[in-house]
Design a protein around this ligand. Structure first.
Ligand code: PEP
Ligand code: MG
Length: 902
């Protein structure tokens, strides 16, 4: 960046200068504070330092030129507006310094409150608070604690221990029993801790406090827990955080003060109403940290009717303005309500659908917008099963249903143990008194989270909802003893390793493993719930939005299915054809022996006998599938894997033969088998004799399959049904391979089909990079392409698809080489480019060439958007992902830049 540009660059915005659409620059919190300010809501004055300033700091290790002066100017205007000066010994202005990235990352980055207090201004603060010495010293000790921990990395427990010592000396367990003198003593103790760990005194200069706090917020963007969270939530690593400097208001000035969190609708179920928590005489962090138990927001009506009514009015205005569920943080300072934050609130998958449906009913949004606001990941979550409860299972405790779902697993008490056991393949439930950001990796590893403290807005609840993980919070009948690795409830002791089940919808906790039942959404897709006639708001909303997605989408959705049963289920889920019928499983089971005969055949005659025996079996397989699909297109792929996969493993066979020889038994057959296995052994079977290569090397193999397909189609048609087969040749890299197979196949098809009216298409997979790069030539011989993105990724990256994810992807993810495995979500730039080239060049050579995808990516939401953009005709995925693909194909029409509703 040129020098003169940085001088003029605007890094600081007053709240009145921003708006909600400036999230990239001001972060979510800053943009929304600006929006509320402009709506005339009571927001404490302040300013926002941009994400660009953060990025510049993180790149160069120092604040960009001009930032300090701009902060000074905005601070001065804040001081003028408040009529107070930062650090003034008589009447000090205090500010909070808060992070705020474009996407909310709850509790992941830093906040410092009460900046501006020092040994002198603490006296002024007391005077300002009507001689409330206790409040002033409590605020000061909080500053030293937060500043020490977040800015100077002083271990937080040291402060906790000093606080515990003070309470013990006083003979109490409650912070509120400490008086001004106790807190003054605590400030001294905190300062000593600070000096011991940092080698310097606690900074008395308010501007230095402010600058260091801002810097700490910038740096917290790269704190480990923030990095882990971003990876989990797929938030880009290069956005940076904004910093909000806001005039402090106090919820801890007495019984007429307090702080709370409110939702305009229930973020768990989507139900309309007033939801939230309130905590009297406390500062905001106390609520989010779940340290003290809150009361339901409705109780505020009794405590402070005026503020309650005012809050309800603002909540209605915000919802109307944002046209969505809003969550709000507020503080009441001596009967005066202040709005500290709002944002479009996080919600569970069920609530996302229900709320989108409600907002359409209320005329606030249209169906396109409703479709845009839900996503395939949420739909997939709703297809999880739930607990099946009968009288046998009685809950032992009831907490708050903080994030729905049903989870059973072994109890663990620490994040580290959760990670350890999960790595061994165990399902675990992480049980804590309350969670904090350090528990993040354990929360990711666990199937569910159970806490004995905290409300719907505690850290555990917010983070679990964001991850779509089952969570019960505030189950206060549980006595959790983390060091002893046990909890007690209802007179029973549960130790680490015992199994519990938690229901994140009802908040109930059960001992032992509770069986599960399918979701209503799956029942609806299966056709057993009629959306018009049941009183289930979720099913009605899903039905409505899915119907709109189907009407909107251009991409067709097929399924990958190899059996009649899978095909039938996929059709109920809305599949419009089969995009990949893998034929290899048809060579297993009791057909193995025939396959062995085929492989071992030493003469043409022996081979033909084996193939002739396989033919009717294959034909029956296809008849069953064609019948189920009833005239919808069915892409049958000729056999792909290497033949040795159908034979016993080399080592085992060698040992058997040696032992039998030793015993003097007749081993001629086994020896022949062993010789064949040896002959076929390959160092890199994935790059060896498979797919079309096999068809060209084993005479008659593909011909048998082609005949079985054509005969099955004719049989179904003659029976009055209809069949629409598409024969697909795998692993083609050169047009000559396809031409050779096609010439033989066409002869057989013409012979079998005769005048039956059956039409059989012949096409190819595009899954070898060379095929993608020569797609123009290949299209001359292919009536359709189907992208095999599994192999295309394997060969495009040179990654063994069976090994690398377990072997080293964790490191690649850690280093940010990619944000998600390219086997899970299409690598747009590399493998995606191969797809694009092949699609364009294929269509140029053969206009109207049918294009589809049948690799795993066909059911991945992000990838579906990509395939829509590239202009494919259909995606094909496993039956369970068909609804997800339908939904995302609809959303892709609305937003062709990828799913962005986070
Ligand atoms: C592919 O490679 O993407 C594909 C669909 O084929 P398979 O997974 O069977 O190799
Ligand atoms: Mg493949």
């Amino acid at each position: 960046m040129a020098a003169q540009e940085t001088v003029e660059h605007k890094y600081v915005y007053d709240f009145a200068e921003g708006n909600k659409d400036l999230k990239d620059l001001l972060g979510g919190k800053g943009a929304n504070l600006a929006e509320m300010t402009n709506l005339g809501l009571p927001v404490p004055p302040g300013f926002t330092i941009t994400t660009e300033a953060c990025k510049a700091y993180l790149t160069t290790g120092r604040e960009p030129d001009g930032l300090a002066a701009q902060i000074e100017a905005h601070l001065e205007s804040l001081e003028r507006e408040m009529g107070r000066k930062l650090g003034d010994p008589q009447d000090p202005l205090l500010v909070s310094v808060r992070s705020g990235a474009k996407f909310s990352m709850p509790g992941m980055m830093e906040t410092v409150l009460n900046v501006g207090l020092n040994d002198r201004s603490v006296v002024g603060l007391s005077a300002q608070a009507g001689g409330n010495d206790r409040f002033a010293w409590d605020s000061y000790r909080r500053l030293i604690q937060m500043f020490g921990k977040t800015v100077c990395e002083v271990p937080g427990e040291e402060f906790e221990h000093a606080l515990d010592d003070a309470k013990r000396a006083k003979g109490t367990q409650n912070d509120l029993d400490l008086d001004a003198d106790d807190l003054r003593g605590l400030v001294d103790a905190y300062k000593k801790i600070f000096a011991k760990h940092t080698g310097r005194e606690f900074p008395q200069e308010p501007r230095e406090q402010l600058d260091l706090a801002i810097r700490a917020v910038f740096e917290s963007w790269n704190a480990e827990r923030a990095v882990v969270y971003r990876r989990q939530e797929r938030i880009p690593a290069d956005l940076g955080t904004a910093v909000n400097v806001v005039a402090m208001v106090f919820g801890n000035l007495g019984a007429d003060s307090g702080t709370g969190v409110a939702f305009t609708r229930d973020p768990a179920s989507g139900a309309q109403g007033i939801y939230g928590d309130y905590l009297a005489n406390a500062q905001g962090e106390d609520v989010v940290a779940g340290i003290r138990n809150t009361v339901p927001l409705q109780e505020l009506e009794q405590l402070d009717k005026k503020s309650y009514d005012e809050l309800l009015d603002y909540m209605a205005r915000l919802e109307e303005h944002y046209k969505d569920l809003c969550d709000i943080e507020f503080t009441i300072e001596r009967g005066k309500l202040w709005m500290l934050q709002t944002r479009v609130g996080k919600r569970t998958a069920a609530a996302a659908f229900v709320i989108a449906g409600q907002l359409v009913d209320e005329g606030l949004i249209d169906l396109d917008e409703a479709l845009h606001r839900v996503n395939g990941a949420q739909l997939a979550q709703l297809m999880f099963p739930r607990f099946q409860l009968d009288h046998e299972f009685q809950p032992v405790a009831k907490g708050i249903g903080a994030s729905p779902g049903a989870a059973s697993g072994k109890v663990v008490f620490t994040s580290a143990r959760a990670v350890e056991l999960a790595a061994e393949g165990e399902s675990v439930i992480l049980v804590r008194r309350e969670t904090n950001p350090d528990d993040l990796s354990g929360m990711i590893a666990a199937k569910g989270i159970l806490t004995s403290r905290g409300g719907k807005t505690s850290h555990a609840a917010v983070v679990a909802r964001g991850m779509g993980k089952t969570c019960v919070s505030g189950a206060d009948e549980l006595e959790v003893n983390v060091p002893a690795k046990r909890f007690t409830v209802a007179g029973q002791t549960v130790n680490e390793g015992d199994v519990v089940s938690i229901d994140g919808t009802t908040g109930k906790v059960y001992l032992g493993e509770v069986p599960v039942m399918p979701s209503e959404v799956v029942q609806y897709f299966e056709g057993s719930l009629d959306p018009e006639h049941i009183d289930n708001p979720l099913v009605r909303a899903v039905h409505r939005i899915m119907t709109h997605a189907d009407a909107t989408r251009r991409l067709r959705v097929r399924t990958n299915a190899d059996t009649g049963a899978d095909a039938a289920r996929a059709r109920r889920f809305g599949a419009e054809g089969i995009g990949l019928c893998r034929t290899e499983h048809m060579f297993l089971g009791d057909r193995r022996e025939l396959v062995e005969r085929l492989i071992l055949a030493s003469t043409d005659e022996e081979r033909q006998t084996a193939l002739a025996a396989l033919l009717p079996l294959q034909r029956d397989d296809f008849v069953e599938i064609f019948r189920e699909m009833d005239g919808l297109p069915v892409t049958v792929r000729l056999i792909d894997p290497p033949l040795h996969e159908f034979l016993p493993p080399l080592e085992q066979l060698a040992v058997n033969v040696a032992v039998a020889q030793e015993r003097g038994e007749d081993v001629a057959k086994e020896e022949a088998l062993l010789a064949a296995v040896r002959r076929m052994h390959e160092e890199n079977p994935m790059l060896g004799l498979r797919g079309v290569r096999l068809g060209l090397v084993i005479p008659g193999l593909f011909a048998m399959q082609v005949r079985a397909i054509a005969e099955a189609a004719v049989a179904v048609t003659r029976d009055g049904g209809s069949a629409c087969p598409e024969i697909m040749v795998p692993l083609v890299g050169a047009v000559q391979e396809l031409e050779t197979v096609r010439a033989e196949a066409e002869k057989i098809i013409a012979e079998v089909v005769g005048d039956s009216g059956v039409e059989v298409l012949i096409g190819t997979m595009i899954e070898v990079p060379r095929a993608a790069l020569t797609a123009g030539q290949i299209a001359e011989a292919a009536q359709f392409f189907s992208f095999g993105t599994n192999d295309l990724t394997q060969m495009g990256w040179g990654f063994s698809r069976d090994d690398v994810e377990g072997a080293f992807f964790w490191r690649y993810l850690e280093l940010g080489i990619f944000g998600i495995s390219p086997f899970e979500s299409i690598d747009r730039d590399g493998v995606g480019r191969l797809v694009r080239i092949a699609a364009d060049e294929g269509r140029a050579a053969r206009p109207g060439l049918k294009l589809g995808v049948c690799g795993e990516h066909g059911g991945d939401p992000e990838s579906v958007h990509f395939f829509h953009e590239v202009g494919l005709d259909y995606v094909s995925c496993s039956p369970f992902r068909v609804p997800v693909a339908r939904l995302e194909a609809g959303r892709a029409v609305l937003t062709t830049t990828g799913s962005d509703s986070r």
